[in-house]
Ligand binder design. Structure first.
Ligand SMILES: CC(C)(COP(=O)(O)OP(=O)(O)OC[C@H]1O[C@@H](n2cnc3c(N)ncnc32)[C@H](O)[C@@H]1OP(=O)(O)O)[C@@H](O)C(=O)NCCC(=O)NCCS
Length: 126
């Protein structure tokens, strides 16, 4: 469904039907003792709930596991972001735990994050 990633500095815009509908990026921990990659994704609101977020995360996860050799991936939505949590579960991520007052919101107050992780063997590659 997600047609193309235009890559730059570990980040890509997400293009569907010639329209930019979001962006996705990853960062890598390269210390061999702790090697893993983290994913961050954004889809424009009118395109939420159409399977595009999970599809984009699945596509990048496949690249990180198969091409870049990662055995473990993380993603950290806001703890109350049920839509994101459901989207990431569909790819194989599972909840690790709450990170208290992890992220500052637009109003300047801290809010909780949810650490999710996925091992390569748990990847749901549809
Ligand atoms: C999080 C985000 C990337 C998910 O992308 P998406 O394209 O909307 O996700 P999908 O359509 O693949 O999956 C959404 C899931 O949430 C469900 N959902 C939709 N609206 C929902 C709502 N209001 N509350 C709870 N669940 C909802 C869908 O049914 C689907 O779950 P299911 O497959 O089990 O039925 C997107 O919502 C987004 O960009 N949000 C703003 C930025 C953000 O929060 N980024 C996360 C940073 S980690």
């Amino acid at each position: 469904m997600v047609k193309e990633f235009v890559e730059a500095d570990n980040a890509s815009v997400i293009i569907v039907d010639d329209e930019v509908i979001g962006a996705i990026q990853f960062d890598e921990e390269d210390d061999p003792m702790y090697r893993h990659a983290g994913i961050d994704v954004f889809i424009t609101a009118p395109r939420h709930g159409q399977g595009l977020g999970s599809d984009a995360v699945r596509t990048l996860a496949r690249c990180l596991i198969e091409d870049r050799g990662h055995h473990r991936l993380t993603i950290d939505p806001a703890a109350d972001n049920e839509q994101a949590i459901r989207a990431y579960r569909r790819v194989g991520f599972r909840e690790v735990g709450i990170m208290h007052e992890y992220e500052r919101g637009p109003d300047g107050t801290w809010h909780d994050g949810l650490l999710m992780e996925m091992l390569a063997e748990d990847f749901i590659d549809e």
